[in-house]
Write a protein that binds this ligand. Structure first.
Ligand code: 5RP
Length: 223
């Protein structure tokens, strides 16, 4: 199976976690796009979605799925999202699609995080994928120097030759060369640096379930 087919497989499998009559939390990315397409087949059975990005909102609305502001919803039973990396404990690196801040917000209001990913995303230790960090632009250089002091190398993510601007009006720094041996400690520390909006390690809000697309079918990992 191609990577695209594996993404479609887990996108479809995630429907079993959607609670009829409720609002579902929806992440961002190419795997989530497959989930949104699958969700459209049961749109009459749900109230709607809380979305983690403008891109997912556009796709949900185009398929006729109502999108609620996160402030209108106290809690969600489930949040379905992809990952750039997931380890064997359910800790993730996210933000390859620059939506990490809103993803962490929707994950925080959800009782269960179901990660959908193809098997290439499963890793023994986080850190091979460049770590996305959303940063307030006036702090970019300082935050990058702090990552260099940690042994990493950091670049500002560009789009059309200019710093990419997130849905929240901020920039993204991508950090290579980090060994994230203690994801909870790492997330806790970097989240406190002045100017860091969100670090793309999801350890405090890790996944409870991963639906992993493999050549043998969907494997369910519980954490
Ligand atoms: C977006 C994300 C995505 O979940 C992550 O980048 C995985 O994306 P894809 O499903 O396209 O591989 O964190 O900010």
């Amino acid at each position: 199976m191609t990577q695209d087919e594996l993404k479609a497989l887990v996108g479809q499998a995630a429907l079993q976690y959607v609670v009829p009559g409720e609002i579902v939390g929806v992440g961002t990315g190419s795997t989530v796009n497959k989930f949104i397409d699958a969700l459209a087949t049961m749109k009459d059975q749900i109230k709607g979605a809380v979305s983690s990005s403008e891109a997912s909102t556009v796709r949900l609305k185009a398929l006729g799925i109502p999108v609620f502001d996160s402030n209108e919803v106290e809690s969600l039973s489930v949040y379905i999202d992809g990952a750039d990396e997931i380890d064997h404990q359910g800790h993730m690196v996210k933000g390859g699609g620059a939506a990490l801040t809103r993803e962490k917000i929707v994950a925080a209001q959800s009782k269960q995080f179901v990660c959908i990913a193809d098997e290439s995303k499963l890793v023994d230790a986080l850190g091979a994928f460049p770590l996305p960090v959303e940063v307030i632009p006036m702090a970019t250089a300082r935050v990058m120097r702090q990552f260099v002091a940690m042994g990493g190398s950091a670049v500002v993510r560009l789009k059309d030759g200019q710093p990419l601007v997130t849905d929240n009006g901020q920039h993204i720094v991508d950090v290579k060369g980090l060994k994230i041996t203690d994801p909870v400690a790492f997330e806790t520390e970097v989240s406190q640096w002045p100017g860091v909006v969100t670090v793309g390690v999801f350890a405090l809000q890790k996944a409870q379930v991963c639906l992993l697309g493999t050549a043998q079918g969907v494997k369910t990992l519980n954490f």
